[in-house]
Design a protein around this ligand. Structure first.
Ligand SMILES: *Cc1c(COP(=O)(O)O)cnc(C)c1O
Length: 397
């Protein structure tokens, strides 16, 4: 169908393939072509496609109960919340449907926490390179001017700091005494796979404790085992006060969550926040089964090992390629930064039957399902390396 007659709004630049089904890390399009999936629907399909344990669990749930509303007791929410509390060491959970919703809720917590501290115009400290979503508040927290364009006036109350610069954060906090929360992605995803350094995270934790602020870590993309630990901040051996989650939590079924520790868990009270769909039985079952399969199959350790393998293969294959600036990230959240825009690689990826994305214009982003096998990792590297080599050589000449 040509774009001109599509009944969809023209919000996406879509690649010219239509996927119809998948199995593990493979997907097929409507012309029967097979692709290797190194994107997992942007870190969503934790268990790949058509997982043999997830599919029957979801079928069972669909046949029992899909939705009821939050008017009633929610035992499946309790069950998934208990698991998230156990894995994170935090205390309470609110369920919603997406990443921006989880972040929007976190920003409401930050505002109300500020008012409880007596601030009349509480502010939230956010970072350069950040992406937090597309609602008015979360796009205002996002750094990318392209995402702001056309949507002024932005939501006020954000102060922006450079990432990984603790003295700059402390100076801004001194200048902005009504900041009530520090909000960042533990590893920036859309911004180009930029990790917050371990010492920076530990420094932010200390600063938040000294000044009674909320440390809010957006783990929508980097959470749920992707970096090789349940949550990316666990590499820094710290705990946030608020942790929004979404993407990988339901393995493809939309689930968002705001996981809170003691400083934040009691801030929102009856009547402060709510959602119709959030926490419905189908979504909860998807989350419960995803975490349970991940645990039984040791997928965090597996993601760490497969991520190491992929990074090593890419580093070897791309060593000395002029135009490759850096390979970075943790576990199965990897970025290859080139010295120039590389969106053109996506089409060539399709020709090589490999799905990945390009973010921040010049970063090739890999987010394969956590079930990816060693052979598939080698295959991803074998398909991607020549694409990048050729692209860089052409652009060079
Ligand atoms: C994807 C993403 C979001 C937004 O999630 P949606 O489900 O698309 O609303 C927010 N924060 C981060 C870090 C993300 O990667």
């Amino acid at each position: 169908m040509s774009a001109a007659v599509s009944p969809l709004m023209p919000t996406y630049g879509r690649l010219p393939i239509a996927l119809t089904h998948g199995q593990g890390c493979r997907v097929w399009d409507n012309e029967g072509r097979e692709y290797l999936d190194a994107l997992a629907g942007i870190a969503v399909n934790t268990l790949g496609h058509a997982h043999p344990k997830l599919v029957p669990a979801l079928q069972d749930q669909v046949a029992k109960l899909i939705h009821t509303s939050n008017y009633y007791q929610a035992p499946l929410q309790e069950q998934l919340a208990a698991k998230l509390v156990e894995l994170s060491g935090l205390t309470n959970v609110f369920f919603c449907n997406s990443g921006l919703e989880a972040n929007e809720g976190a920003l409401k917590i930050a505002r109300k926490f500020g008012h409880q501290r007596g601030f009349d115009t509480p502010e939230t400290l956010v970072f350069e390179g950040a992406f937090h979503g597309r609602s008015l508040a979360t796009l205002s927290a996002t750094a990318n001017p392209k995402i702001h364009e056309g949507f002024a006036p932005l939501v006020p109350g954000f102060v922006r700091a450079p990432l990984n610069d603790l003295p700059a954060v402390e100076r801004l906090l001194d200048d902005h005494p009504q900041v009530s929360a520090i909000f960042l992605e533990t590893i920036q995803g859309e911004g180009g796979i930029n990790p917050a350094r371990i010492e920076f995270l530990q420094g932010l934790r200390r600063v938040c404790d000294e000044r009674n602020l909320l440390l809010m870590l957006d783990e929508v993309q980097c959470g749920i085992g992707r970096t090789g630990k349940w949550f990316a901040h666990q590499w820094a051996d710290i705990q946030p006060d608020v942790m929004p989650l979404a993407k990988g939590l339901g393995s493809g079924v939309p689930v968002g969550a705001i996981v809170c520790g003691p400083r934040a868990a009691g801030v929102l009270t009856a009547g402060n926040h709510g959602t119709t769909f959030g926490g419905n039985p189908l979504a909860m079952r998807a989350g419960i089964e995803t975490l349970s399969i991940m645990e039984t199959d040791g997928l965090c350790a597996h993601a760490a090992a497969m991520g190491e393998r992929l990074k090593t293969a890419l580093a070897a294959g791309l060593a000395g390629v002029a135009g490759v600036r850096e390979i970075r990230g943790h576990g199965l959240m990897l970025g290859i930064e080139l010295d120039r825009p590389c969106g053109a690689l996506l089409q060539r990826g399709l020709e090589a039957r490999l799905l990945f994305s390009v973010t921040a214009e010049r970063v090739v982003r890999l987010l394969p399902p956590l079930i990816v096998t060693a052979a598939e990792v080698d295959d991803i590297a074998a398909r991607l390396i020549p694409l990048i080599q050729t692209f860089c050589a052409e652009a060079q000449s």
